[in-house]
Design a protein around this ligand. Structure first.
Ligand code: PEP
Length: 260
């Protein structure tokens, strides 16, 4: 099991730095975060950070032995080839990366990432020994049109299609409603619970036992003051945190909010 992971369905709180952080900023951030976190055995959640490629090796070094997992924010499905600008799973494992976020809504929207490519990426990540976090979620228009379940069904089924049933529980899914990502408009705890229970039921259609073990996180404007109510929902297994993870104090408070 990669560092930063606890046994299944203990919560996980993962910070997505997006396009933030020079190496100097990343080093300072890691130092400040470690100073705020309880020792690994006393944390209420597994903790991870998703840094830009240029800071990943430095984060691995800084966080080594701390139990904080280091994740990339994307990767290519092929190991090598004519894909200028891309990074592959073996390149990430070579520098000690634990996992990778796949299909973040910003990657889907701005970089044309498709469900078809994502199903290859999820499988390639697992094959290389990386823990994938597959992001899914509906737009505001889709929610208003009653299309949320259709969208989630499509994204979850496509994204997991190439994962064998025995390995499904090794994937983490992040339910991130697009209208809540980076907007300050957090989902209500009820919306998060309902959507995540639906995602879990989709996994159960493939494998009941995996559905009980797979982690499904909520993401979208999670902050220290709204985290506890969302994390208290029975199907919510943690949070993928963007903006609030850039401040180590806010991030540490969200981690603390995972305590039962
Ligand atoms: C994210 O980047 O996955 C995210 C949820 O961002 P924010 O917390 O800023 O909405």
């Amino acid at each position: 099991m990669p560092s930063g992971s606890l046994p299944q369905r203990t919560p996980a709180i993962v910070g997505n730095w997006k396009l933030w952080g020079t190496r100097a900023q990343a080093a300072d951030h890691c130092d400040r975060l470690l100073a705020l976190l309880p020792d690994e055995g006393r944390r209420p959640a597994a903790v991870g950070i998703c840094a830009p490629f240029t800071s990943l090796d430095l984060c691995v070094e800084k966080l080594s032995g701390s139990g904080v997992g280091v994740y990339a924010q994307t990767m290519h499905q092929e190991e090598s080839g004519a894909f200028t600008g891309e990074v592959s799973a073996p390149m990430l494992t070579e520098i000690g990366i634990d996992g990778v976020v796949l299909g973040h809504s910003e990657r889907r929207q701005f970089f044309c990432e498709t469900d078809r490519a994502l199903q290859e990426k999820v499988a390639a990540a697992l094959a290389a020994g990386l823990r994938p976090i597959l992001c899914v979620g509906e737009t505001e228009d889709e929610r208003e049109a009653g299309e949320t379940e259709r969208k989630l069904r499509h994204q979850v089924q496509e994204g997991l299609e190439k994962v064998e049933s025995e390995r499904l529980a090794e994937v983490t899914i992040a339910y991130e409603p697009i209208w809540a990502v980076g907007t300050g408009q957090v989902a209500t705890p009820e919306i998060a619970q309902d959507a995540i229970a639906f995602v879990r039921a989709l996994v159960a259609d493939r494998a009941k036992e995996a559905a009980e073990r797979i982690r499904v996180l909520y993401g979208g404007s999670v902050k220290p003051d709204n985290a506890a109510a969302i994390l208290a929902q029975p199907d919510v297994d943690g949070a993928l945190v963007g903006g609030a993870s850039l401040d180590p104090e806010s991030f540490a408070r969200i981690i603390a909010a995972a305590a039962p």
